[in-house]
Design a protein around this ligand. Sequence first.
Ligand SMILES: [Zn+2]
Length: 393
Amino acid sequence: MSRTLIRGIGEFFTGDLAAPVAPVRALAIADGRIAALDPDPAGHWDLVIDAAGSAVVPGLIDGHVHPVAGEWTPTQDAIGWVGNYLHGGTTSMLSAGELHTPGLDYENLSADLVTSLAEVTAATVGRMRPAGVKLAAGTALLVPGMTEAHFDRLAAAGARLVKFLFYPLTANPAEARNYVRWSRERGILSKVHTGGVSRSGLSQVCGFEILSWLKPDIAAHISGGPIPMSDADLDRVIDETDFALEICSSGNYGSTLRAVRRLAERGRLDRLTLGTDTPGGTGVIPRGMWRNILFLASVCGLSPGQAIAIATGNTGRAHKLEEGVLAPGRPADLAICGPVEGSAGTTLADAVAHGDLPGISHVFIDGVAVVSGRSRQTPPSRLRPVMQCCTRP
Ligand SMILES: [Zn+2]
């Protein structure tokens, strides 16, 4: 059994919105999972890290990405995007549809084609863990005419999500509701594009009226992706529905502020999830999830712990992942980080409250250090953790 001890923790963010910070000073990892908080330090450790007062946060979960093939994205002619996001602290990602596959004709998608595309993506990028990142792919772009057999195929492929994006919802409400039900019966979550037309020019406009009867598991980018629904619709979605609500980097800042304030006022931040909605027209944003957290904490009035918990535990829970919360038994996906030299904050919490990006020194996935010593995407942390190998009892 491989055992790792992280000690000298200065700030500990749990990822649990109900109790987002805790006075934890050490963490034990065994066989890829968190074994204990504040463990007895005696005994043999394969790896010991003195965090030197750094913060430990759960690995960020990007609830809305658009993969195509490996680490290549044709939308911005970029390669290596997943590894760059890892260096921005993201350890898990969920595909919101593989629509950027070159040559895909959005106006002539058949039930068999979208199902086959999801199967192929699940069986390629969805199983390869690019750069070590847990990437759930194989998210079918729903079209009319699908049968339960198509959903059986998606379930067999291990699909976690299906997406209403190009689907003509207002023309087929009964079929669309069947799709939500057939998905749920197979343990697959349904996500729906909301707001105005997307970059494709072909997505459905979706606001309160559709969401009120569709009742998906997750309403995607409610503050815009890129165009938000109307303010009145946004208020009604928050007040009169109960499913998870996602905010993405692709959105409208004014609508994001409106949505977060309203959810906080109603005590319903538990519904909020985060994603980048990239790669896409918004770009490739390695630090995108941190930028979401910083906006929520420095502009929208949330505490740093709340903002981090929304980017981790909330987003994981909405997508039925066990990742996102740092508690015994959970996967040891986490980042060690701290304030950057020159930041307004002397602690990570102070820096985040001010809107200052943290410096990431280490990222672990399943207990393995996949970023070690220095992120290539953030400035260095002012605090310098020290790795030591192999203590003996
Ligand atoms: Zn999207």
